[in-house]
Every structure is written in C-alpha cells, then in structure tokens.
Design a protein around this ligand. Structure first.
Ligand code: NAD
Ligand code: ZN
Length: 271
C-alpha cells in the first residue's frame, strides 16, 4: 500500500512502536546517501560495458583478476572514506533503545560496507560478506591485507576504474598461483551459512520487518521479507522506488533511507 509521505511516516512510526521484535533488512540503497553507488543506478563508466552480474562473479575474477580486484578494492576504500548517514544512525539508535528495554532489533544486510557498525549498530547477518577481510581466491586461506586510504581520484563515484586503478592483486603466501580477494559473496557463490541461518531464525520470530533500499531481486535475500509476511509480521518497505515486494508490503514509504528513518525512530529527548 502506498500513501502520502507524512501519513506513511506516521503509520510506520506507530507500527514500530507496537512491535517487540524488529528485523531491519537493508540493501545498497541504504548506503547511497553516504556516497556509495548502488549497482542498478550506476550505468556509466565501467557499467556501460559490464553488468555487476557479469563482473561480480568467480569467472570474471579468474578471467580478469586485475579489473575485479581493482573494482572491489576501490569499493572498500570508498566505503572506508564514507560516513554513516542519518538512516544508519537511526537504525543504530533504534537497536540501542530497544536493547536497553529488553526489546530486540536485529539487522540483516546485503551490504558489504561497514556503515551500520559505524552508525552504532550490531549486525546479525552480513549476507553478502564484507569488503574488509580477505582470503586467497584459489586455496581459500585467509590473509591480512591493508586496504590503505583512497586517493582523491578514487573518491569520485565513477573513477574510470579500468584506466586508473588496474592493479595486480596481492599474491597468496600459501599456494603457488593464488591471489587475494575480499570475502564478499560473488554471484553464484553460497551465502555465509551462519549469517543466513541466524537471520532466518530471527526473521521467523519478528513481528515487524523494515526493508530498506533493496531492489528485492537478488536471491535468497529477496525471499526474506516474504518469509516474514508468511509468519504474519508487518512489513514496512522504505525505498525511493517500487520493487517486487511493494504490492505485498503492509506499507511502502516512498522516500530515501536518510530522510525516512529518522522520522520513524523516536529521537532522544532534547533533539
Ligand atoms: P539493490 O538490489 O539493493 O538495489 C538498490 C535499491 O535501493 C533500489 O531498489 C533503489 O530503488 C533503492 N534506493 C536507491 N537509493 C535509495 C535511497 N537513498 N534510499 C532508499 N532506497 C534507495 O542493490 P544493487 O545496487 O542492485 O546491488 C545488488 C547487490 O550488490 C546487493 O548485494 C547489494 O547490497 C550489493 N551492493 C552493496 C553495496 C554496499 O555495500 N553499499 C553497494 C552496491 C551494491
Ligand atoms: Zn592460496
């Protein structure tokens, strides 16, 4: 159901106030206002020639390690240089408020950045892994790697990756031909089992689920709001656009994460 924004925000606030166990599911739109582009909106530069579904794959990693490594390293450095937006902070606040009163708010994200953590939240499930830990692409042994600091060129949304940043990935110290990659889930790879199972278990017991900034297309994450609906939970979607979830959600707040979330979470006294 889609209604006027002030009405939708008031309704969302009241659904959240009534809920005891709240799951927050987030996608790339959550971090867009922190300056990290979503895949589906970026259609310039690298994305004129590649789709994320082609480039974020194990095939691409082995076919063109320099390109895929440079792209992921750029995303890691960009994420590190970005700051949480008002939406991340509102979610962190909601979790802290509810935990202080024995409530439960758990965050399940498809994002590979760490902006929820830096916005004061603890994340139950990083379903698509993280840009900040590394392992060998061949023998899978974990490895230390310092992402370093982004240059000014790297901080622009479309840095012309192919020309600017083509860099050989660091070699693995355990095997002959191995090279490092961040521990993100590439298309076609399995999700981290522990994160996925913990997320499903919590969502099955949640009475409200807030779904923020995800196109609800990438499986299996896209099925989680439907699991919640099957269990009778209220589902609130916050997205500037419509998605395959919109017609089934109890409420669609058609707004961005950073504008909507602070209105939904009770703010501390004096603010
Ligand atoms: P996605 O499938 O999560 O789609 C982005 C969604 O966010 C769209 O529905 C769009 O309408 C919505 N949106 C855009 N800006 C918004 C805003 N400010 N507020 C609220 N909603 C907004 O993401 P994708 O870009 O299609 O990427 C698919 C996969 O890649 C996912 O795993 C995603 O998390 C990952 N990814 C992660 C990051 C990150 O970690 N920050 C960035 C890009 C992609
Ligand atoms: Zn190796």
């Amino acid at each position: 159901m889609s209604v006027d924004l002030p009405v939708a925000l008031a309704e969302a606030r009241s659904m959240i106030a009534d809920a005891e166990r709240i799951a927050v599911l987030t996608g790339a739109g959550m971090s867009a206002e922190s300056g990290i582009p979503t895949f589906r909106e970026a259609r310039t530069g690298l994305w004129e020639r590649f789709s994320p579904e082609e480039l974020a794959t194990e095939d691409a990693l082995f076919r063109d390690p320099e390109l895929v490594w440079s792209w992921l390293r750029w995303m890691g450095r960009l994420s590190r240089a970005s700051t949480p937006n008002a939406g991340h902070e509102a979610i962190g606040l909601l979790q802290q408020q509810r935990r202080a009163s024995n409530g439960a708010v758990e965050i399940v994200t498809q994002n590979i950045d760490d902006l929820h953590e830096r916005g004061g939240a603890e994340v139950l499930g990083h379903l698509h892994g993280t840009l900040f830990t590394f392992r060998c692409a061949v023998c899978h042994v974990k490895a230390e790697y310092d992402l370093g600091t982004a240059s000014e060129e790297e901080l622009i949304p479309d840095p012309g990756l192919e020309n600017l940043l083509r860099e050989t990935p660091p070699a693995c110290h355990h095997c002959a031909n191995g090279f490092l990659r961040p521990e993100i889930v590439l298309f076609g790879e399995l999700l981290p089992v522990d994160d996925f199972e913990a997320s499903v278990t919590f969502i099955e017991s949640a009475d409200a689920v807030i779904v923020v900034g995800t196109s609800n297309i990438v499986q299996p994450a896209a099925s989680l709001p439907f699991l919640a609906l099957d269990q009778g939970a209220k589902v609130i979607e916050i997205n500037s656009d419509s998605t395959p979830l919109t017609e089934y959600a109890d409420l669609h707040v058609r707004a961005t994460a950073a504008t909507a979330l602070p209105h939904i979470v009770p703010q501390p006294e004096g603010e």
